[in-house]
Ligand binder design. Structure first.
Ligand SMILES: NC(=O)c1ccc[n+]([C@@H]2O[C@H](COP(=O)([O-])OP(=O)(O)OC[C@H]3O[C@@H](n4cnc5c(N)ncnc54)[C@H](O)[C@@H]3O)[C@@H](O)[C@H]2O)c1
Length: 275
């Protein structure tokens, strides 16, 4: 169902790897709402992924590779994007995350610090680089909107989330700090959406994903928020209906973040205790 909420708007979507990716679903939704987009991902992901299929479904959106940790790649992406559109854009989705420690199943207490720095660079500092390069090249129109995707491990301990927890805390902090500066200089808003566990390549790479997916499902009054709903929330955040929202971390998690205990989990505990 389209309301053409983004008619006339242009944007960049980072991080669509396959159909399960939150960025993939967001790309389809923003185009459905009337936006024109450029798709980007790390060069290696472009080789391995199926982004050209998505591009075809998005009115033949250009696909421009960029390692989001490389300023040179980001500059190239932004200049080509402005050339393609003949001007500035209105929104950016940063849907990027990767932890070598998670990938190699290295326990948090045994962390490898080179890996840790890579986690922070790819999953959080890249957000700063995306913003800094955009500001420098004056990529985004006034009242534009930039979004990153976060997880509640930024605020609470989720033992198996590993060093991605620090990355998400930093990501949310960058949204606040950069959001201030981008707001006063260019009236651009910067926010993060803190999404429920979602079965994607990055999500299911975290050890114990199935357990915390079903735990969150039972804890959340509305259940886990599907990726399609996250895509809808992104549409709203890119639209003019949220012009005055900035520097926020917005929970999109079916109520998980503010629930102490649920009937479902209490019933499971009673059952496990034979009560
Ligand atoms: N899946 C979940 O449970 C969940 C929950 C909350 C937040 N998130 C966040 O949502 C975002 C999207 O993840 P997803 O779940 O859709 O998984 P995904 O694996 O589909 O997407 C992650 C993307 O990051 C890209 N990427 C990795 N390194 C990069 C680099 N150097 N430069 C550019 N791109 C790079 C990958 O190629 C991939 O497309 C991530 O920030 C993730 O942490 C996911």
């Amino acid at each position: 169902m389209s309301h053409q909420l983004l008619k006339g708007k242009k944007g960049i979507i980072f991080g669509a790897l396959d159909e399960r990716s939150i960025a993939w679903k967001t790309a389809l939704r923003v185009v459905d709402e009337g936006a024109e987009i450029v798709l980007s991902n790390a060069p290696i992901a472009l080789r391995m992924g199926k982004i050209n299929e998505l591009a075809a479904q998005c009115n033949n959106a250009p696909v421009i590779g960029a390692d989001a940790t490389s300023i040179a790649d980001l500059e190239n992406l932004y200049l080509k994007t402005m050339e393609h559109f003949g001007g500035k854009i209105d929104f950016v989705l940063h849907s990027i995350g990767m932890s070598p420690n998670v990938r190699k199943s290295i326990h948090y207490t045994e962390t490898n610090y080179d890996n840790f720095l890579k986690t922070l660079d790819v999953s959080a500092l890249s957000f700063h680089k995306v913003l800094q390069t955009a500001l420098k090249l004056d990529l985004i129109n006034e009242w534009g909107s930039v979004l990153g995707l976060s997880y509640i491990a930024a605020q609470r301990a989720f033992p198996s989330y590993n060093d991605m927890a620090e990355a998400k805390s930093l990501l949310e902090s960058i949204a606040r700090s950069f959001g201030y500066h981008y707001g006063i200089r260019k009236k651009v808003r910067v926010n993060t959406i803190s999404q429920s566990p979602t079965p994607t390549t990055a999500g299911s790479g975290v050890s114990g994903f199935d357990e915390f997916f079903s735990f969150a499902q039972k804890m959340s009054p509305l259940g886990n928020a599907p990726a399609e709903d996250c895509a809808n929330y992104c549409v709203l955040m890119f639209s003019d209906y949220t012009r005055m929202v900035t520097m926020q971390n917005l929970f999109h998690d079916g109520g998980f973040s503010f629930t102490g205990v649920s009937y479902d989990l209490a019933a499971e505990l009673r059952k496990a205790q034979g009560l």
